[in-house]
Design a binder for this molecule. Structure first.
Ligand SMILES: *Cc1c(COP(=O)(O)O)cnc(C)c1O
Length: 391
């Protein structure tokens, strides 16, 4: 039998995506990311990135990266267990631990790798993982890799979580949740989750991807915000969102971190993060504390956006994060709206399944500390026109 041409098979599958309104292709930006970006000769307002504190284009961050490259070179050589940690890896991990006020930290090349590494290393056959229905794909994949039984509780629903905790027995039991949900922007009920975990003998893992730098009196995230840091043994955080770089880290006890260094496969079997990233991470932690006014500006921008949306009659529940989901339902409608806004020079992504559940396609607007008041007024204007035009 002859092997069929792969490209034909793929073309057919892409055609299926196309017909479902799910075929995607990223725009190419000619220059750095930020509140204003360029595509060719045209300037766009960007309300899509997770660069909540506006650090991605911060000169001090770039300078720290350049300094790290000058001191340690471009590449890191191999996995750290093979060719050794660079001093700057150790320093970045000390910075992460001290930033989070925890015993120790471990760097990962990405949040995706941190989540699959942590879940598959900690949970195993005979265990149960209790996972929020809206948890990120990297958590979903980590659950699969772990071979533990997965019990999915309805989004943010403590009653349902408790039912499942009563029903599902296992060797070790783990509750995993995002602190701020990436596509909805709401905050997990961490206090209630910790309470249930204590009463039912489960461990808690919290993914702070969209909370770090945003929530809490000093921007440490959802655990600081809810006063649950003591009770949560495993904290995953990313460097690629509010911290403006890329990569991720996990913090917790010295034992936890030593265990992950040995058993997290996405740490063991991957080339360690390049010096540039370690150097930038150290600077990013410091910037969060040195420039707290960025958090204030983010708060002001968030309020301005929330009030503006309310005036437009867009129903969006109270948000404490920088994420505003405008759920429109159908994939085509979301794409159409995003297209209208693009025509007017505003980049807002249409988020579709599998990123969000079927039938909940949406525009996802994010504000950052770097947006000006007039940027927000402009996006609200354009949104208002697009909504009425597309109705
Ligand atoms: C973005 C994100 C990740 C993945 O982090 P990367 O560093 O981008 O791989 C993990 N969890 C959540 C909740 C996220 O939003």
């Amino acid at each position: 039998m002859m092997t069929p041409p792969l490209n034909e098979i793929l073309e057919a599958r892409l055609g299926d995506l196309e017909r479902a309104g799910l075929r995607r292709a990223p725009v190419v930006l000619d220059g750095p990311t930020g509140p204003r970006v360029r595509i060719g000769q045209r300037e766009f307002l960007l309300f899509a990135s997770n660069d909540y504190l506006g650090l991605a284009a911060h000169p001090a961050l770039a300078a720290a990266g350049i300094k790290a490259i000058e001191a340690y070179g471009a590449g890191s050589g191999a996995s750290r267990l093979v060719s050794g940690s660079l001093r700057i890896h150790a320093e970045a991990e000390e910075s992460a631990a001290s930033f989070e006020r925890r015993e120790a930290a471990i760097l990962f090349p990405s949040g995706y790798q941190a989540n699959i590494g942590v879940l598959a290393a900690l949970a195993g056959e005979g265990d149960v993982i209790f996972s929020d229905a809206l948890n990120h794909a990297s958590i979903v994949d980590g659950c699969r890799l772990s071979r533990a039984k997965k019990a999915v509780y309805n989004h943010g629903n403590l009653n349902h979580l408790e039912d499942l905790l009563k029903r599902e027995a296992g060797k070790n039991r783990w509750i995993v949740t995002e602190a701020v949900f990436s596509m909805d922007g709401d905050v997990a009920p961490l206090g209630g989750i910790v309470d249930l975990a204590n009463r039912h003998g489960a461990f808690v893992i919290v993914d702070e991807a969209h909370a770090t730098g945003v929530l809490g009196p000093t921007g440490r995230g959802g655990l600081e915000d809810s006063g649950t840091a003591e009770a949560v043994g495993v904290q995953v955080a990313t460097l690629g969102k509010a911290l403006g770089c890329a990569g991720a880290y996990v913090t917790g006890s010295r034992r936890l971190i030593e265990f992950l260094r040995n058993r997290a496969r996405s740490f063991v079997f991957t080339t360690s993060v390049p010096p540039v990233l370690a150097g930038m991470a150290i600077e990013a932690f410091s910037l969060v504390d040195r420039e707290p006014e960025r958090r204030d500006r983010l708060g002001e921008n968030r309020r301005r956006m929330a009030e503006g949306l309310k005036r437009l009659g867009v129903a969006i529940p109270e948000r404490r994060s920088a994420i505003f989901p405008l759920v429109v339902g159908g994939n085509e409608r979301a794409v159409e709206l995003a297209g209208r806004m693009y025509e007017e020079g505003v980049l807002v992504p249409a988020i579709r399944p599998p990123t969000v559940p079927e039938g909940t396609a949406r525009l996802r607007l994010t504000v950052t500390a770097a947006h000006r008041a007039e940027d927000i007024d402009r996006v609200l204007n354009v949104l208002g026109r697009s909504l009425s035009g597309a109705a």
